[in-house]
Structures are given as structure tokens and as C-alpha cells.
Ligand binder design. Structure first.
Ligand code: 5GP
Length: 236
């Protein structure tokens, strides 16, 4: 399939038009960024790895009844997906304390939370994706109260499915970020990607990090780390 006009050039992905106004092509780039784009590098093969990992996860979620934007894979780095209007929300679940949660609250790292924490941030690079709540999102017209309820319910179900999936790979799902979009018909779909870029994954036995924190914190080789996650998936 031919790539149409470039509609969006993001930090890790590009979006292209197709002849069908309800479908777009999502291309995974080799770029990695951290700290709101302050740290930036390119890793040959990262796009292929994240595309493959995210594809396996989206297929698993679809089979479990989660509606996603994915139509079909087009190549090693490209998917045909349903065109949606992305809610300007970063939807985050935390199972174990780390990252911005600890920086914000002073909470000790690595505590297993009594129950998952559901968080939303307003997707706005200029203001560093600030943490907001349901009332902010509704008052700012980022989503309706009904859409918020649907997004929250779907996200908590996704958390349970992902936790079980990663545990079968001997990985703990510490936290993750997902994004949702709305079709022209108003259907809410899981969009974007789910990969070691957007999840924190710790080895069950050693707590070794298998995610983008190796790049954020300069503590390991990003490609080797992502390859190890994919190898666990393929050997499952
Ligand atoms: P934190 O808020 O602790 O930095 O991140 C929480 C979770 O959301 C982590 O799994 C992190 O990878 C993910 N996350 C937060 N912001 C972003 C972002 O801008 N891009 C991606 N890919 N993941 C994010």
C-alpha cells in the first residue's frame, strides 16, 4: 500500500493518509526520546521491535474483547489503523510505585500498591503533560464524563490482561501509558502502541528493568533489552 500525505510526525511514530478517509498508516520510527524530548537518540531496529511487540499485544487484547484501532499489519514497521481522534489524555495505570509517582509523592520506590492507581495526564508537551483528574478533563472538554467512565473501565481491564500476559513472561507490569481515540461514529478504541517504550517491566526474580528506563537512566542497551522482551514473547 502506498503512503499518502504525512499527517503527523511525532517523537516515535509518523501518521500517513490513505485513499480511505477512515483509515491511516501508522509508521514506527527508530527514535527514542525521554524527559519530554530533552534526551533524543536513534536506534536502528527499534521501530521494528516496538511494532512487533505492540502487534502481539494488540492481537492478544483484541482476542480478549478489547476494541483497538488495528486493522492489519502492512510491513515490519507499518500498520493500517482506523482513523480516530485521539483524546488528549495520557492514560496511566500504576501497579508498583516508581517514576513520577515517587517524585511527586515522596513514596518509596518498588512498593506493590494495594490496588491499581488510574491516572490521567493532559497531553501537552509545553506544560509537561500535567496530571489532571476527571473533573479537569470534563471541564476542559477533553472527554465527556461518559467517555471517561468507558476509558477507565477499559483501562483497568487492559491492566488485568497485560499483568497476566507479562507475568507469563516472568515480567512484572509496574506501570504503563495508553491512549484512546474516537472514530467518526463515536466508538472508543485503544490506539497508539503498547511496548517497552510505554510500559515499565521488571524481571520477577531480579527486578532488572526491561523497558525504556534503560535509555532514560543510561543503565543498559535499549535494543538488546527490547530484543529480550520479544524473545520472551516468542518463546512463550
Ligand atoms: P511516569 O509518569 O512514572 O513517568 O510514567 C508512568 C508510565 O507511563 C511509564 O510506564 C512510562 O513509560 C509511561 N509514560 C509516561 N509518559 C509517557 C510518554 O510521554 N510516552 C510514553 N511512550 N510513555 C509514557
Amino acid at each position: 500500500m502506498e503512503l499518502g500525505k504525512l499527517l503527523y510526525d511525532g517523537k516515535a511514530k509518523q501518521i500517513y493518509e490513505t485513499e480511505n478517509e477512515n483509515e491511516i498508516i501508522m509508521h514506527y520510527k527508530d527514535d527514542a526520546t525521554a524527559g519530554n524530548g530533552v534526551k533524543h537518540d536513534q536506534f536502528a531496529g527499534k521501530g521494528i521491535l516496538n511494532h512487533t511487540i505492540s502487534g502481539i499485544i494488540f492481537d492478544m487484547l483484541e482476542e480478549a474483547g478489547i476494541k483497538t484501532h488495528l486493522i492489519k499489519k502492512l510491513s515490519d514497521t507499518d500498520d493500517l489503523v482506523k482513523k480516530v481522534e485521539i483524546f488528549p489524555l495520557e492514560v496511566i495505570v500504576r501497579n508498583i510505585t516508581t517514576g513520577s509517582f515517587c517524585r511527586r509523592t515522596g513514596c518509596q520506590e518498588g512498593l506493590v500498591l494495594e490496588e491499581p492507581i488510574f491516572e490521567i495526564s493532559y497531553k501537552n508537551d509545553e506544560y509537561g503533560d500535567p496530571l489532571i483528574n476527571e473533573d479537569h478533563a470534563v471541564a476542559m472538554s477533553l472527554c465527556t464524563r461518559e467517555e471517561y467512565a468507558k476509558i477507565k473501565a477499559s483501562t483497568l481491564k487492559i491492566n488485568e490482561l497485560l499483568k497476566e500476559f507479562f507475568l507469563s513472561l516472568n515480567l512484572k507490569l509496574v506501570d504503563f501509558k495508553i491512549e484512546f481515540g474516537k472514530t467518526a461514529d463515536g466508538e472508543i478504541l485503544l490506539a497508539d502502541e503498547i511496548s517497552p517504550d510505554s510500559c515499565r517491566l521488571w524481571d520477577v526474580n531480579t527486578n532488572k528493568k526491561y523497558d525504556k528506563d534503560v535509555f532514560r537512566q543510561d543503565i543498559g542497551d535499549l535494543i538488546e533489552t527490547y530484543k529480550a522482551v520479544l524473545a520472551r514473547m516468542e518463546n512463550k
